[in-house]
Ligand binder design. Sequence first.
Ligand SMILES: Nc1ncnc2c1ncn2[C@@H]1O[C@H](COP(=O)(O)OP(=O)(O)OP(=O)(O)O)[C@@H](O)[C@H]1O
Length: 252
Amino acid sequence: MDVHLQVRGLRRVIDSRVILADITFDLAPGDILFLRGPSGVGKSLLLRAVAALDPIQGGSVRCNNQTPSEFGVPDWRSQITYVSQSRVNLTGTPAELYFSAQKFAAQRGRQRGDLPDILFQLGLEQLLLNRKWGELSGGQAQRVSIAIATALKPAILLLDEPTSACDLESTRRVEEVVRECGSAVIWATHDQEQPRRVGGKILDLPFGTISTVQVEDQTNPSEAEPSTPPPISTHHSSSPGAVHDSGSQKLL
Ligand SMILES: Nc1ncnc2c1ncn2[C@@H]1O[C@H](COP(=O)(O)OP(=O)(O)OP(=O)(O)O)[C@@H](O)[C@H]1O
């Protein structure tokens, strides 16, 4: 399903503070849009609004000209997957999350990616799927989250600083996997060079109330940096374990 996202005049107000005002952009299939801006400017709030996880205080977010309620919130969230910056709310194991996510009616019958292969590309062993989230390092948890999200093949992937805990090699692997995953992407980052390496558009969010945000077109991905991960020794081994229904459609 081709999903076109339209954000018009989006406004987020928290405790009488206007965090985001008049945010307007479009996202077409295949687009990658980087969100940049200082800490606290509202990048996560914007992603959460697009994911229909929080109410908005003005403007609109539409997919194919439908609001989340017109589209159907479960369908919306199966098409638009938010990968959070934090894993503090994650309980159980990644395998449990992956299988519980697929139990939702809106997820049934949808095509899946090859999770073991994605893990391999990210330099991870499959056995990590059966570890508790709390037993994974920050960088491992980020990459496992991205592997699960991309394997679910959403139309739009919302990534909240997905490489903030990754070393250089892992960062390059994440960039390659996300660029090739086939989803349109909105990607919050503090890495000024990431848009250049990956390619895409940039939305710079300034502090305070703003009237218009310009989307800057980024030129082609840099050729200065190698984009293909180096060979790795990770092997494919165990299969994912048992599942339980987390009851949450906010996946990661
Ligand atoms: N649930 C909340 N309750 C109160 N204030 C909040 C809440 N969530 C976010 N904020 C505030 O909204 C502002 C924007 O937060 P947000 O997390 O979107 O910033 P960010 O740009 O993603 O920052 P960072 O780069 O540090 O992750 C901040 O001032 C934050 O304190």
